[in-house]
Design a binder for this molecule. Sequence first.
Ligand code: GRF
Length: 218
Amino acid sequence: MLQQPIKMMSNSFNICVFISGTGSNLEALLKKQEENDYNIVLVISNKKNAKGLDFAKQYDIPTYTFKWDKSDDKLLHLQEKINKYQTDLIVLAGFMRILPTQFTNDFNNKIINIHPSLLPKYKGLHTHQRALDNNDNIHGATVHYVNAQLDDGEIISQIIISIEENMSEQQLAEKLLFREHSLYPRTIGLIAQNRVEWINDTLCFDQKTLEKPIEIND
Ligand code: GRF
């Protein structure tokens, strides 16, 4: 379990958030920037009408929208924006596209994602229903680094919730989404404070190899 965080000095840690839809995680990330030592400098969406863009506007954060082109394997126009805003970390929050290998290689260990399951269980879609169909009694969400495979890459942290009897898919999804809104900002805070970092290609937590996901329960 995660111990009380030790506040450490950190220079401005800039993140760029990618969304495709509702953006409830983006809203939570916006509200919890200060307490977790990061700044959202840019929001990117592949859907020009994504509801989440309204949250960025409320907070005066620049936005960039583009049309997904699956033949574009470099996404240079995104790279240009990301670099212009001196982004330290790319944060996928409900971004519903798989980024091309060249892009994930160019930003190796600089992209994270939140996925609504206890990875490596239930990669892909319909995670809540799959947990219910499997009669699981726990479920959860995972924050992980992104590579070119779907919902793959080194796992950083997880939040675990119980599945109550006769829960519907929607009830389970809502219960988990609410908890994701703590998990994601807290995890980014750990990266911004250098408590989670890559040391010689090994993912470390407080300078020790991260052997299992950091459990964040509040
Ligand atoms: C969340 O369930 C997240 O885990 C998944 O996509 C959903 C995004 O929801 N990657 P929102 O757009 O942040 O409300």
